[in-house]
Ligand binder design. Structure first.
Ligand SMILES: *[C@@H]1O[C@H](CO)[C@@H](O)[C@H](O)[C@H]1NC(C)=O
Ligand SMILES: *[C@@H]1O[C@H](CO)[C@@H](O)[C@H](O)[C@H]1NC(C)=O
Ligand SMILES: *[C@@H]1O[C@H](CO)[C@@H](O)[C@H](O)[C@H]1NC(C)=O
Ligand SMILES: *[C@@H]1O[C@H](CO)[C@@H](O)[C@H](O)[C@H]1NC(C)=O
Ligand SMILES: *[C@@H]1O[C@H](CO)[C@@H](O)[C@H](O)[C@H]1NC(C)=O
Ligand SMILES: *[C@@H]1O[C@H](CO)[C@@H](O)[C@H](O)[C@H]1NC(C)=O
Ligand SMILES: *[C@@H]1O[C@H](CO)[C@@H](O)[C@H](O)[C@H]1NC(C)=O
Length: 475
């Protein structure tokens, strides 16, 4: 019944514990579950419900919201905008009906080409934003991506390098050994040049073409481009049920990783094209719970099973550790691992230093993340758990968030402090376990497309980077 979003005559927006002034907004949507809590200095509002597992969102050049509904297609929504977070959907329609679409969404620089992904391929449509329509059949640009288990392919169109499309592909978990070979195309992020495609060009084959930005990544669903430096960052959804030398250490390990993949402008960096450790080495979160933890701490990686050729030192030598680390802020959806006995926050923000373009917090920081929106009850209520899947900024600087588990869209706005600028890179993001999201969603979308549900991981994150001159203290 989760999509039975109630309407109430005069409900206030969602408040933080600290009272935030908010103008009233009539006929707002009210979630059919305990309302999420918004951090001080923020205001949030549910603005759409009843969607089928919304996985990615993006704004077109007219300001309409495009949504990938997994197993259904791409829908387009217009909102009557009364300012602040007071918005109402006034028109929605399916732009593309295509049941294999399950996650990725991007628009070209000029807004006239729409990209979306299935487990197997990346497609492109000629898009007329004013006419609210696509024309012709989709063209397959990148193909040969099918694998078992982790089947979302995050798409990110670079704003700094025109025509460069990033595609992130996860592991075929049961066959993780395959990921040790870069030509498998698994567990990696690649950059594809679309500017030189001609009408006769064959689709790129994911595992043969494109520039490898990083590999040894279990499932880096949240991918973002720093709006000033052009640095590419991704949030890694690391492994479930991790052990160390045979001992279960999964409750507080591994850590979530924010990884850096260098730039797309041809300047090489030490990290680009390197292996980030999966399936052998994982980020430390709670070192004290890891046996034989000499020299381990947050920001380091540990070997799952040490032997004579693979030790923590080997992890440090062969694989790239995460970075963490203003005035730039990355908004990240951390969905919380279902692998943990208590779930963490759906999303928060990480501050970036405006001058260096790097995260403010040190790599070994355990408090780089600031909550923005959290759900008061950490445990799973059947199907009523908000799971942030993707973030996007609109032209007014408001942050929009899709929740695939509840079929909803939220709008967030900062109320504390001055104006802020538009995110240069759209967000991307995460998953919801097929079972959980499907069964929880009252309109039965789980059965709509088996492919969409298969193996989509629940720990997926989204990242969106904002250009702006704000310190992170307000968050
Ligand atoms: C719906 O919203 C759009 C975008 O704000 C606006 O241009 C349009 O006039 C609205 N339509 C109606 C019927 O209110
Ligand atoms: C890619 O997929 C197509 C269609 O399934 C197939 O014909 C082709 O052989 C594949 N190419 C490679 C290199 O795997
Ligand atoms: C990017 O490409 C589009 C389409 O070819 C072009 O219109 C636009 O000017 C380009 N932008 C930049 C910054 O080069
Ligand atoms: C893409 O290809 C074109 C034509 O070969 C080239 O001019 C451009 O530099 C390439 N872009 C990137 C990011 O490599
Ligand atoms: C486009 O240029 C890139 C190099 O930037 C190259 O790797 C790729 O094969 C080219 N694509 C086509 C279709 O020629
Ligand atoms: C690429 O971008 C980085 C970071 O913004 C910059 O330091 C570097 O000079 C750029 N390289 C080129 C060739 O423009
Ligand atoms: C050590 O473990 C790694 C990862 O499982 C494995 O690839 C390697 O063969 C092992 N080395 C020895 C000597 O058993």
């Amino acid at each position: 019944m989760k999509n039975a979003v109630a309407q109430s005559a005069l409900a206030a927006g969602l408040y933080t514990a600290a009272v935030v002034a908010q103008t009233t907004c009539s006929n707002i949507l009210v979630p059919a579950y305990s309302a999420p809590v918004v951090a001080s200095g923020w205001q949030a509002q549910l603005v759409a419900g009843g969607l089928t597992k919304p996985r990615s969102i993006a704004f077109d050049s007219t300001g309409a919201l495009l949504v990938v509904e997994s197993g259904k297609g791409i829908s387009r929504h217009r909102f009557t905008d009364n300012g602040g977070t007071c918005l109402f959907s006034n028109h929605s329609h399916m732009l593309v009906e295509m049941t294999t679409l399950n996650h990725g969404l991007a628009l070209s620089d000029d807004g006239n080409t729409l990209y979306a992904s299935s487990a197997e391929a990346v497609f492109a449509w000629t898009y007329d934003a004013k006419g609210a329509s696509v024309s012709g059949q989709p063209r397959t640009l990148i193909a040969n991506m099918s694998n078992s288990d982790l089947v979302t392919r995050t798409l990110l169109m670079s704003k700094k390098q025109n025509g460069t499309l990033l595609v992130s592909r996860g592991s075929a978990e049961q066959h993780s050994a395959q990921t040790e070979v870069v030509t498998s195309g698994l567990s990696q992020i690649r950059a594809f040049n679309l500017t030189n495609l001609t009408s006769n060009s064959k689709p790129y084959v994911f595992s043969n073409d494109g520039l490898v930005l990083g590999w040894g990544l279990r499932n880096s669903v949240g991918v973002g481009e720093h709006p000033v430096t052009g640095g590419i960052y991704a949030v890694e959804n690391s492994v479930d049920g991790v052990q160390r030398n045979g001992k279960d250490v999964h409750e507080n390990n591994p850590g979530e990783e924010l990884n850096f993949f260098g730039y797309l402008n041809g300047t090489t960096t030490a990290n680009q094209g390197k292996n980030f450790g999966y399936p052998h080495c994982f980020a430390v979160w709670e070192a004290s719970e890891i046996p034989d933890n000499d020299g381990l701490g947050i920001g380091k990686q540990f070997a799952v099973l040490e032997n004579s050729t693979l030790r923590d030192e080997t992890c440090a030598e062969k694989y790239v550790p995460p970075v963490l680390g203003g005035r730039e802020t990355a908004y990240v959806t951390f969905r919380g691992s279902f692998d943990r006995s208590s779930r963490r926050l759906p999303r928060g923000s990480i501050a970036f230093n405006a001058a260096t373009g790097e995260p403010v917090a040190a790599a070994d920081s355990n408090n780089a993340l600031t909550d923005v929106l959290t759900q008061p009850r950490p445990h799973r209520l059947s199907g009523q758990v908000l799971q942030a899947s993707r973030l996007a900024f609109d032209s007014a600087g408001r942050l929009w968030m899709s929740s695939d588990s509840t079929g909803e869209i939220y709008v967030l706005q900062r109320t504390g402090g001055g104006g802020w600028q538009v995110c240069a890179a759209p967000a991307s993001g995460g998953g919801g376990s097929g079972g959980g999201a499907g069964s929880g969603n009252g309109n039965g979308n789980g059965g709509g497309n088996k492919n969409a549900a298969v193996g989509v991981d629940e720990g997926d994150d989204g990242i969106c980077m904002e250009r702006g001159g704000r310190s992170h203290s307000y968050l």
